[in-house]
Design a protein around this ligand. Structure first.
Ligand code: APR
Ligand code: PHB
Length: 391
């Protein structure tokens, strides 16, 4: 049986659900197709620093009620260099702040909104394939509950992440891809204890980068720079806590609270941009089109700005029949993607040790960080990028 809808969305992560619900609120129907089950999608532990624009997009999706109630407003961050911490005051410098709220919570809120609106989200849809992308009737085919199924739509939104099926559906000769893989990874932990400070602490240290973040005031989320092939079995909880304390300038552990780990993982670091964010009636958004190193907390926020531009373009098409905004989508989205890529690359290289044989680079990045921490002008630039450039 072929189902019919206006927009077929592949992927029920933040990008897919946010797009579907923002469109739904503007009268555009969609069906979301997701290969995993809902519990899996909502259990994925991801970053949680939201730009103002992302909070506004959640409002436009009708899913911001818990975020506005439980999200933590942060007016700045602390940056430590060899244990000496200084604060960057976003509110004072650029009159803006960020909201700390787990991305898993955001996905749950969007999932609940979608379930409440009665719109279709087809979980456990396997072997998704895309067809007739260069016609006015593109189609998805997939297998669900052991049966082949199909959706015909006016548009397909590829929101299926870096490892999804949508980007590979674009002919290779049409793909404009840019990539950088970093020579380090993040060893991440989660524990039910308070973070060491009210705001995030980013630390550059001779021993490597560390970040002290949080999901709430009682749930800490911390990261350590590690090798891309780091053996996590060599990292006991005690060793991790001790290393974090050293790198943030708290060697005696007076500030850093500890607790049993509820999660320990290794995340590789890459910058990736697929400039072909459109092929016929297929439009890519979120991680399907770009990946940033997490240092600037931009991944989720770029998904939100893609959704802003793409939803505007789709709504304009249905209201006026004009394709102009659809044609302009890739350039509009990429203008902001590349600025966020630059900021993420800058924060990453400035705060991480570059590794063996890069002594000169390390001296340059140390000097840059030292300059930033002493310059209100440089801190203003950091602040306006961190809180989010305007859409
Ligand atoms: N068919 C259907 N669904 C798929 C397929 C496929 N072939 N491949 C992947 N998916 C689903 C995944 O299971 C996942 O639920 O698409 C979704 C993609 O979600 P994300 O990977 O979270 O990507 P996105 O929604 O773009 O999120 C962007 O949010 O996750 C944070 O910071 C992270 O940068 C990331 C940002
Ligand atoms: C997180 O809380 O997971 C987090 C916060 C800020 C970052 C990256 C990750 O830059």
């Amino acid at each position: 049986m072929t189902r019919r809808t206006q927009v077929a969305v592949v992927g029920a992560g933040p990008a897919g659900l946010l797009l579907a619900e923002v469109l739904q609120r503007q009268g555009v129907e969609s069906i979301v197709v997701e290969r995993r089950d809902r519990a899996y999608v909502e259990a994925r532990i991801r970053a949680g620093v939201l730009e103002t624009g992302t909070v506004e997009m959640m409002r436009r999706a009708g899913a911001a009620e818990r975020l506005e109630r439980e999200g933590l407003t942060h007016d700045g961050i602390e940056i430590a260099i060899d244990g000496h911490r200084r604060r960057v005051d976003f509110r004072g410098l650029v009159g803006a702040s960020v909201t700390v709220y787990g991305q898993t919570e955001m996905t749950k809120d969007l999932g609940n909104r979608r379930a409440a609106s009665g719109a279709e989200t087809l979980y456990e849809a396997l072997d998704v394939s895309l067809h007739d992308l260069e016609t006015k009737r593109p189609r998805l085919q997939f297998v669900r509950d052991g049966r082949e199924d199909e959706i015909e739509a006016d548009f397909i939104a590829g929101c299926d992440g870096f490892h999804g099926a949508c980007r590979p559906s674009i002919p290779a000769e049409r793909l404009g891809v840019y990539e950088r893989v970093y020579p380090f990874a993040w060893l991440g932990i989660m524990a039910d204890c308070p973070p060491p400070a009210d705001e995030l602490i980013y630390a550059r240290h001779q021993r490597g980068f560390a970040l002290c973040s949080m999901r709430s005031r009682s749930r800490a989320r911390h990261y350590l720079q590690a090798a891309p092939d780091e053996d996590l079995d060599q990292w006991s909880a005690d060793r991790i806590w001790s290393e974090i304390a050293i790198r943030i300038g708290d060697p005696q552990g007076r500030l850093l609270k500890t607790a049993p780990l509820i999660e320990k993982s290794l995340t590789p670091m890459r910058s990736f941009v697929c400039e072909t964010m459109r092929h016929g009636r297929l439009f890519l958004a979120g991680d399907a089109a770009h990946i940033v190193p997490p240092t600037g907390a931009k991944g989720l926020n770029l998904a939100a700005s893609d959704v802003h531009y793409l939803s505007q373009a789709i709504v304009a098409f249905y209201r006026s029949g004009s394709q102009a905004e659809l044609d302009a989508y890739p350039a509009r989205a990429l203008a902001r993607v590349w600025k966020a890529q630059r900021f993420s690359w800058w924060m990453t290289t400035m705060l991480h040790n570059a590794g063996p044989g890069e002594a000169f680079q390390d001296k340059i990045h140390r000097a840059e960080l030292d300059y930033v921490l002493g310059s209100p002008a440089a801190q203003t630039s950091l602040a306006e990028n961190y809180v989010g450039l305007p859409y």
